[in-house]
Design a protein around this ligand. Sequence first.
Ligand SMILES: Nc1ncnc2c1ncn2[C@@H]1O[C@H](COP(=O)(O)OP(=O)(O)O)[C@@H](O)[C@H]1O
Ligand SMILES: [Mg+2]
Length: 225
Amino acid sequence: MSALLEVRDLLKTYGTGEAATRVLRGLSLCLETGELAALLGPSGSGKSTLLTILGTLMKPTSGSYKMLGQDMVAAGDKALTDFRNAHIGFVFQFHNLLPDFTALENVIFPTAVREGRETPAARARGRDLLSRMGLADRIEFPSANLSGGQKQRVAVARALMNSPELVLADEPTGNLDRASANQVMGLIGQINREEGTTFLISTHDEKIAGFCRRQIVVGEGVVTG
Ligand SMILES: Nc1ncnc2c1ncn2[C@@H]1O[C@H](COP(=O)(O)OP(=O)(O)O)[C@@H](O)[C@H]1O
Ligand SMILES: [Mg+2]
């Protein structure tokens, strides 16, 4: 294993003056390639803030962040967009699927928009991922007709479409019943083992964190365990 992500002394403060909220207060973290890690902490502890920074969607107030050896704090917007598209996948608590699109269309849509066309290779990759998510019989279903757990599995397939090294998942099971949550976590574990994709998954649920080989606990703006 080698370092995929190295974060040192991250500070993030929202607002200024009396309204300033200091969320990250010198957080350091290293993730190796191939890890399956949970980011645990109570609501308000800064999990989403950290994932947004790691996803290069927001800059920290200060501190250093390297991914694949590249400096993500110094990089400009265009470089970050290219980097993100190539190397990072996202899963959110709310699946953000387009309801009128089929499961397959949802999975390949972001790639098709970026490439300006929908290739047979992309369709094949999308079908394969949906099958591996246990959705072989739902590939052509409008996503509005899928259950919550099925929608979230489509969202995981969409995040994996470009074979990212890192998938950041922000409370991906937060909206699901226990059985669906367990199924989503089981499938994420399977992808991690089979493809070596690194996952960092935020949750406030210790049972969900128990699916991961590593638990990273945040509190008071730093890693506490
Ligand atoms: N855009 C923002 N502006 C101001 N405060 C924010 C913003 N986003 C988050 N916060 C505050 O930062 C703290 C951490 O939030 P968040 O990162 O969402 O934590 P978590 O995901 O662990 O619940 C909370 O107190 C929240 O109110
Ligand atoms: Mg959050």
